[in-house]
Design a protein around this ligand. Structure first.
Ligand code: SAH
Ligand code: SF4
Ligand code: F3S
Length: 477
């Protein structure tokens, strides 16, 4: 028995979804699912953005809620889920590779349940490929269906047939779901879901549905509970956090939320991702005024060329972007700024690429995620003719990365001989006897210590060496 509810919306349909009401679903569990996983184990592979990491924490919570325990070995688990990403072609290639490995394992252990979820199943062509070529997969479900996990697993056991549930609707808001958080001192907190920006290259508005904000009281309550449980840092998540509240039709913005969360007593607040058009004065003022809001901003620019920005549908110019950067540096002089950049957008010329390099120089980024444009079926850019050779695009990426990597190093050098506050994560992979954590400006900092009681505490470290990817320092007594 197959249960298929599926259709990827076209751009036109997706844009019309604004007229449909959003539902808040409060998680409940039917009695018949309570012991579904008793004596059984699970494993989740997570790819993609922090949104997926947060979703995996919810799915772990739901699985543990029905009796499963976390396995350390995916190949020997009763349930294996792949929480996938569809943002670029190479993200998808990795998933097909892992599925290849799981295929053999499933042959030896036919009772193992293999599920694929997250953003890939929201694409019609990816789901069709799974159904046609990956017969051994038991569960296929999309980003809007995580709360159905107990039913889906129940159905898979009961029917021994493939269970497919991918809703193409605008998505709902799930509250009160159990979560197993990966860290005991740092937490992801979703403040909104989906995206309505429709940048012409991007698949996210189709895979994640309509922009929808959680109620502010639910967010504040979650952060208060985290504080009560000893958490030190929250990262507020959304594809465009600066649009927070717009869909609720209330006079309360992201800046207001920062001011309110600052009062909860949480030590550190970070947020991602910001959209340059929506980053407003109030948010920047909150960065200046609120002690807990950390001096780092990830502000994806994508390109420094006005014509490319226009075709990307980013809705700001180089000049708009630079004006916000200037204001931000005025208000928070010690801020670190990072970004995302795409090179090789269809027909990008050398001159247009030079404009991106110029922008990097003028902003002084201290880090960036850089990508070669990857066409995504169903998005407007995928239909644009493109005459720039692939080799040229690779060369541009290398040239850009040289500039960006120099920025990383400079960003570390400015802290040489200074004392930074580091929230300690644990042992460092950088050598024995070393521990590490992140400074306020989000600089990975290693220091000599084996004192595990420091994990989850903020310590003072004097920076003695600045490398490209991290800093080294000495613990201050
Ligand atoms: N919502 C965030 C980030 C979304 S995806 C934002 O708007 O900034 C993360 C990054 O992936 C994007 O910032 C962009 O740089 C990159 N990206 C998205 N679609 C892409 C594509 N088709 N090809 C290459 N990079 C892409
Ligand atoms: Fe994609 Fe643009 Fe939305 Fe970011 S803002 S998720 S790049 S459509
Ligand atoms: Fe990837 Fe989906 Fe996030 S496509 S980047 S996992 S929203």
């Amino acid at each position: 028995m197959k249960s298929i509810k599926f259709a990827m919306p076209s751009l036109k349909e997706a844009k019309l979804r604004k007229n449909i009401d959003i539902e808040t679903v409060r998680y409940t569990l039917e009695d018949k699912y309570k012991d579904l996983g008793k004596g059984k184990s699970y494993y989740i592979f997570t790819y993609g953005c922090q949104g997926n990491e947060a979703d995996s924490e919810v799915m772990s919570g739901i699985l543990e809620n029905i009796g499963y325990t976390l396995s350390t070995d995916p190949m020997n688990s009763d349930v294996v889920l792949l929480n996938t990403c569809a943002i670029r072609e190479n993200a998808e290639q990795r998933i097909w590779g892992v599925l290849g490995q799981l295929k053999g394992r499933k042959r030896e252990h036919p009772d193992m349940i293999i599920g694929i979820c997250g953003c890939m199943p929201q694409e019609e062509n990816a789901t069709n490929k799974i159904l046609e070529s990956y017969d051994f997969i038991d569960l296929v479900f999309g980003t809007h269906n995580r709360d159905h996990l107990p039913q889906l697993i129940y159905q898979a056991y009961l029917t021994k047939a493939k269970v497919v549930e991918v809703l193409s609707n605008q998505g709902n808001i799930l509250e009160d779901a159990p979560k197993v958080r990966a860290s005991k001192h740092k937490a992801w907190v979703n403040i909104m879901f989906g995206c309505d920006e429709f940048c012409t290259y991007c698949i996210v508005p189709y895979t994640r549905g309509r922009e929808r904000s959680r109620a502010k009281d639910d967010i504040i309550a979650e952060v208060k509970e985290l504080v009560a449980n000893g958490y030190k840092e929250v990262t507020l998540l959304g594809q465009n956090v600066n649009a927070y509240g717009k869909d609720l039709g209330i006079d309360y913005t992201f800046g207001d939320l920062l001011y309110d969360l600052d009062k909860t007593g949480i030590e550190r607040i970070r947020y991602t991702t910001s959209h340059p058009r929506d980053l407003d004065e109030k948010t920047m003022l909150a960065m200046r005024d609120c002690k807990s809001v950390m001096p780092h901003l990830h502000l994806p620019v994508q390109s420094g060329d006005n014509d490319i920005l226009k075709i990307m549908n980013r809705k700001y110019t180089y000049e708009d972007y630079m004006a916000k950067i200037t204001r931000l540096k005025e208000l928070v002089p010690h801020i670190s700024i990072t970004t995302d950049i795409i090179v090789g957008f269809p027909n990008e010329t050398e001159e247009q690429f030079q404009n991106t390099l110029k922008l990097c120089h003028n902003v002084g980024y201290e880090g960036a995620f850089t990508f070669i444009y990857s066409p995504r079926e169903g998005t407007p850019a995928a239909k644009m003719p493109d005459s720039t050779p692939e080799d040229e695009k690779k060369q541009r990426l290398l040239r850009l990365n040289e500039v960006i990597n120099a920025g990383y190093k400079k960003g570390h050098e400015r802290f040489l001989n200074k004392v930074v506050n580091v929230l300690v994560d644990g042992e460092s992979k950088n050598g024995e006897g070393m521990m590490c954590g992140y400074s306020e400006n989000l600089k990975l900092t290693h220091f000599k210590s084996t004192d595990m009681s420091l994990v989850g505490k903020t310590v003072k470290v004097k920076v003695t060496e600045a490398k490209t990817w991290f800093m080294i320092g000495e613990l201050c007594e």
